[in-house]
Write a protein that binds this ligand. Structure first.
Ligand code: AMP
Length: 296
């Protein structure tokens, strides 16, 4: 799976990328991280990028395109990758298209995290305060002044990518103002709807990873069918809410189809969980009655 995460600084791209890495076993390719490593190591690229990054500007396209091209060729990227912070300009996006074509690779999706800009400054201030509390080094470009400049460069240079990928029917927009796990779930649902991830393959690996946990959960839901049904209905409601958010720039037909598919899937899942829970609960009480009868 190959995806791009698009969003302004502070939209949660890095956090979501890390969660997706854990979930799908693919690698995160963050140009910001790579450039920071180059600056720290004092490489020629790092020397070139240092001042530009500190001031909140963009490093020249050819530098980042070169870094990404080399990184995609590494063996660990063969399974798939998430591009975080790249592309950031239309020429970078065009260069990426060309690069993927040459390498015979296909892009599955571009996920845009839509956030309320006025909340971004608060988010970054909170992140900086937390990092300071933990005694971690704070990025030199994580100041309100530099953030304002990074936001301006996002608006003028990166936002046109929304149109670029929307035209190519690659764009999916997710409400990035939701809680972290809700955003992750919305991304997963979108990837499922696009066929970028296999539902069976995923549930198989999840079952493998935590069979005891699953068994425990099943037992619990059998015990409390009403509660499980309520929970399922709640998650259906949440799914409905998530798809209600605006999908700017994408084609109306795609939007409606995605909405309908997600709604339908959520409803179906809620029904199935409730049915299962009720069935299991009934089975258990029948067993109890049989036992009692046998005893008496
Ligand atoms: P990030 O960690 O993605 O916020 O990136 C930090 C800084 O690295 C940016 O403000 C830019 O100066 C530089 N940078 C990262 N990715 C790119 C890119 N694709 N194109 C140009 N500059 C970049």
């Amino acid at each position: 799976m190959r995806i791009i995460l698009l969003g302004p600084p502070g939209s949660g791209k890095g956090t979501q990328a890390q969660l997706l890495v854990q979930r799908y076993g693919i690698v995160q390719l963050s140009t910001g991280e790579m450039l920071r490593a180059a600056v720290a190591a004092g490489t020629p690229v790092g020397l070139k990028a240092k001042e530009i990054m500190a001031s909140g500007g963009l490093v020249p396209d050819e530098v980042v395109v070169g870094i990404i091209s080399d990184r995609i060729d590494q063996p660990d990227a063969r399974n798939g990758f998430i591009l975080d912070g790249f592309p950031r300009t239309v020429p970078q996006a065009a260069a990426l298209d060309e690069l993927l074509k040459q390498k015979h690779l296909k892009l599955d999706a571009v996920i845009e995290l839509r956030v309320n800009e006025s909340a971004l400054l608060n988010r970054v201030e909170t992140r900086v305060a937390q990092m300071r509390e933990r005694g971690e080094e704070v990025r030199v470009d994580d100041t309100p002044e530099v953030l304002t400049k990074r936001l301006a460069s996002y608006r003028t240079q990166t936002e046109p990518l929304i149109h670029y990928y929307s035209e190519r029917r690659k764009l999916s927009t997710i409400d990035g103002m939701m809680a972290i796990d809700e955003v992750t779930r919305a991304i997963h649902r979108q990837l499922l709807a696009l066929g970028a991830v296999e539902p069976k393959a995923h549930s198989r690996s999840a079952a493998k990873a935590a069979p005891a946990k699953k068994a425990k959960a099943a037992k619990k839901s059998a015990k409390k069918p009403a509660k499980a049904a309520k929970k399922a209905a709640k998650s259906a409601k949440a799914a409905k809410k998530a798809v209600k958010k605006p999908v700017r720039g994408s084609k109306a037909a795609t939007k409606t189809a995605t909405k309908a598919a997600t709604k339908k899937a959520a409803k179906k899942a809620a029904k199935a969980t409730a049915r299962k829970a009720v069935k299991k609960g009934a089975k258990k009480s029948a067993k109890k009655v049989t036992k009692k009868r046998a005893k008496g």
